[in-house]
Design a protein around this ligand. Structure first.
Ligand SMILES: [Zn+2]
Length: 175
């Protein structure tokens, strides 16, 4: 990144901070030539990402499509829209970190599973039943048993207790 003042090509980052929901990073840079300071913003580039499906077909990544799948799994689960959007953003963040222009649909599916498992085990099982396509009740039961006996049950707290809807603000700092 060239210095806007003197076009020197070497700058150093003096401060870096995440903005919004972590989907953008703001950096303060200092030119090593003239010492002038300027700001750059780094944002996820998910536009242009290509998803490679199981059968090898390719299609443009669509946040809407991912959101539909996730929202179907969390339907009636009393998760706030914000927490669902944050979950999708965190999935996009992980996909972005892989740093490739193509990503397998299975990779996205695994990211969703990983995120839902902590956020909401019931939504996780719903998504898994579609995504993993449990062929038998035993296979699904094995997955549920595994969840129930997991060493890391997550910080999920049922949103409904004693018939009252309680605050279901998602896990603090979830990302
Ligand atoms: Zn400069």
């Amino acid at each position: 990144m060239k210095c806007p003042q003197c076009s020197h090509s070497d700058t150093r980052v003096i401060d870096s901070r995440e903005l919004e929901d972590g989907s953008m990073t703001r950096r303060r840079r200092e030119c090593t030539g003239c010492s002038s300071r300027f700001t750059t913003y780094e944002r996820h580039e998910v536009a242009g990402l290509v998803v490679v499906k199981k059968d090898g077909r390719r299609e443009a990544y669509s946040r809407d499509k991912l959101a539909r799948g996730v929202k179907k799994a969390v339907e009636k689960r009393l998760l706030s829209n914000d927490s669902v959007e944050a979950l999708i953003t965190s999935i996009e963040h992980h996909i972005h970190e892989i740093g490739k222009s193509e990503v397998k649909s299975t990779t996205i599916g695994e990211e969703v599973l990983h995120a839902l498992r902590t956020l909401d085990p019931v939504a996780y099982i719903r998504f898994a039943s579609v995504y993993l396509g449990f062929e038998t009740l035993e296979a699904m039961k094995a997955e549920v048993d595994d969840l129930l006996s997991s060493d890391e049950p997550g910080e999920y707290v049922p949103a409904v207790s004693n018939g009252h809807v309680t605050d279901n603000t998602p896990v603090d700092g979830f990302c």
